[in-house]
Ligand binder design. Structure first.
Ligand SMILES: [Zn+2]
Length: 360
């Protein structure tokens, strides 16, 4: 959308092209450059405002999107001061991914505004149109996003809510009432972030950790019982992906401390002693086979963050064989490695970025 459906009158109010006099009688100014505008209300063209003598500047192109954002902000402000602006429940998925587990729990809670909103209806695209305090103890920023504009990345300490809407079709942009009706019908309030002020996320994470510890405990007991090899055949397939959507392999970040790792994998970190730590991960496949579905998955252990003294002899042969050229240990079987390291590790962590294990 580039045509200007609304402009600013002499009093600074937002006016629709169908609500003003025709041509130069409209008495409106460009919201971006403040030049006088003419209202084009032709029979064939979509109605719109244009600059006198077509004196559009480059910055005027953003005018329509800014007018729509301001219209939405004014509408939300009117609702907050009149019938009310109830907020939807906040929902979040809490997940932990380890070598043997991929667990999640959905948590949700209600959050409503306490006291008055502070409105900034002329805010720019990346700025909040309103701020308020929530009854959950968090501060709230409200953004307006038109046609999929991305609001700024959430601040950890602030709750952030966005009102998403598409540009109304041209016939709905002649008059305020039709535009507002479209916004009411098609716009929605969506949470971007809410800090864990009530501790619900921490509680869920603790429950998931407890489940994870039980699963690992069961696995180690099973492995003892069946002397490893028989149990390994019946163990669940290792889960190494998530959370978060995988990106295209050529865009996935690569990490020097994990030579040859597959794109999008999770790394499991094992601290064995103050000088010995390992990264367990899946190796990238060579050739045309889809590494995600291939049955023959190859796991390795890399000394972390760099090869330490004696790393090539630190692990028993049942876990893997050192590849001196590659600087890693090739696992004989994934579950042998997990079983061995789960027993002797003093600390275990998982994540998509090995930098998170620095100093652990
Ligand atoms: Zn202009």
């Amino acid at each position: 959308m580039t045509q200007l459906f609304a402009a600013i009158d002499a009093g600074g109010a937002l006016r629709f092209v169908g609500e003003v006099g025709r041509g130069a009688d409209c008495g409106c100014l460009c919201p971006e450059c403040a030049s006088p505008l003419v209202a084009r209300q032709g029979a064939s063209n979509e109605w719109h405002f244009a600059h006198e003598a077509a004196q559009e500047r480059p910055e005027c192109g953003a005018g329509a999107a800014n007018m729509l954002r301001r219209l939405i902000a004014e509408h939300l402000q009117a609702r907050s001061e009149g019938p009310g602006l109830p907020l939807p429940a906040y929902r979040q998925r809490v997940a932990i991914v380890r070598a043997l587990v991929n667990l999640h729990e959905d948590v949700q809670w209600g959050a409503q505004v306490m006291g008055a909103w502070a409105w900034q209806v002329r805010a720019a695209a990346h700025e909040a149109v309103a701020q308020a305090r929530l009854d959950t103890g968090a501060g709230l920023q409200l953004f307006v996003s038109v046609d999929g504009e991305e609001p700024p990345a959430p601040e950890a300490e602030m709750a952030q809510l966005v009102f998403r809407c598409r540009t109304p079709p041209a016939p709905a942009l002649r008059e305020r009432q039709a535009a507002l009706q479209h916004i009411e019908q098609h716009g929605e309030l969506v949470w971007l972030h809410h800090p864990d002020t009530l501790g619900r996320v921490a509680d869920a994470r603790e429950r998931l950790e407890a489940r994870s510890r039980r699963i690992y405990g069961n696995w180690l007991a099973l492995s003892d019982q069946a002397a490893g090899s028989a149990a390994a055949e019946h163990a669940p397939a290792p889960l190494f992906y998530g959370p978060g959507a995988p990106v295209a392999p050529e865009q996935a970040p690569r990490f020097a401390c994990a030579p040859g790792h597959a794109p999008n994998v999770s790394f499991t970190f094992y601290r064995v002693s103050p000088t010995e730590a390992w990264l367990l991960y899946l190796l990238e496949r060579e050739g045309p086979v889809d590494w995600r579905n291939a049955a023959d998955k190859r796991y390795v252990l890399a000394p972390y963050p760099v090869p330490f003294d004696g790393w090539e002899h630190a692990l028993p042969a049942s876990v893997g064989v050192a590849d001196l050229a590659a600087g890693l240990v090739r696992c004989t079987a994934f579950l042998n490695a997990v079983t061995y390291l789960s027993r002797c590790a003093t600390l275990t962590r998982s994540g998509r970025d090995p930098a998170a294990f620095q100093g652990l």
